[in-house]
Design a protein around this ligand. Structure first.
Ligand SMILES: C[S@@+](CC[C@H](N)C(=O)[O-])C[C@H]1O[C@@H](n2cnc3c(N)ncnc32)[C@H](O)[C@@H]1O
Length: 244
């Protein structure tokens, strides 16, 4: 029988994901820096949102703030609220960004993205990198995000999503089991969250399925575009807009 809290079992319940991130929070930035192009890909996805530069944006599942930095780089006159449910990841984000940005430019709050404490029609834009896949109910989450966006508000998901093709699935299995799990596990001292990552990508929606889900939730101008280089078959930017 599986016990839930030993480091060598797979995460069974997505509610455990943020606490697992607590364990690796201090080493998350080193682990992701081994992944060539990680920060540049985040920047590319934020650029695909075509922001004006003065928006109020929520960076959901902001982690240690790598995605928040990408957002801030595109918001010279805007503001960001970074939201995550891992205290450890948020602490790392605060420590990193506090020296560079004032509190009226960026704030971080601990919240469950499935139960956001944000008013309806309150955000100009949402960015969510490597987050939607961790939600226990994708459809409910997307509907909630639609409601907190202002009419005309924009949303961007930066996420691993593999097509139904055998080759894409095999490519992900190879990358995951032979590169991500061993190297990220060695860097952070725990393979649990990375083995969960592999599984959660395998069970996430394909690009076409996620696009359909966004349309069903009421978004328009829904588009998915792959990132470049070795991530092309597996990593996508999904952009969409709430109708005016
Ligand atoms: C892979 S990290 C992504 C961090 C960051 N966006 C980046 O691009 O580097 C995923 C983050 O999602 C957070 N997370 C997972 N489930 C969550 C939930 N239900 N509510 C809020 N945060 C959650 C985790 O704590 C973790 O920090």
């Amino acid at each position: 029988m599986m016990t839930e809290h030993t480091s060598d079992t797979l995460i069974q319940n997505k509610k455990e994901v943020p606490s697992e991130f607590n364990r690796i929070a201090k080493r998350y930035d080193i682990a992701t820096s081994l992944s060539q192009g990680y920060q540049k890909d985040l920047e590319t996805s934020v650029e695909r949102l075509n922001l004006k530069g003065n928006e109020y944006l929520a960076d959901l599942c902001c982690g240690t703030g790598k995605s928040t930095i990408a957002c801030l780089n595109n918001l010279p006159e805007g503001k960001v609220i970074g939201i995550d449910n891992s205290e450890g990841m948020l602490q790392a984000a605060r420590e990193k960004l506090i020296q560079k940005f004032s509190e009226d430019k960026v704030t971080f709050v601990q919240q469950d993205v499935m139960n956001l404490d944000l008013s309806e029609d309150s955000l100009d834009a949402i960015f969510m990198a490597y987050g939607i896949r961790n939600m226990p109910d994708f459809e409910k989450c997307v509907r909630n995000l639609h409601s907190v966006l202002k009419p005309g508000g924009k949303i961007c998901f930066h996420e691993y999503s593999i097509s139904k093709s055998f080759v894409s699935k095999l490519y992900w299995k190879f990358l995951g089991n032979f590169l991500i799990v061993p190297f990220a596990g060695l860097t952070t001292g725990s393979t649990k969250i990375f083995r969960y990552l592999i599984k959660s990508v395998e069970t996430f929606l394909s690009p076409n399925e996620f696009t359909e889900l966004l349309k069903k939730a009421g978004f328009e101008n829904v588009k998915h575009t792959p990132l470049e280089s070795w991530r092309k078959p597996i990593l996508h930017t999904f952009t969409a807009q709430k109708p005016q």
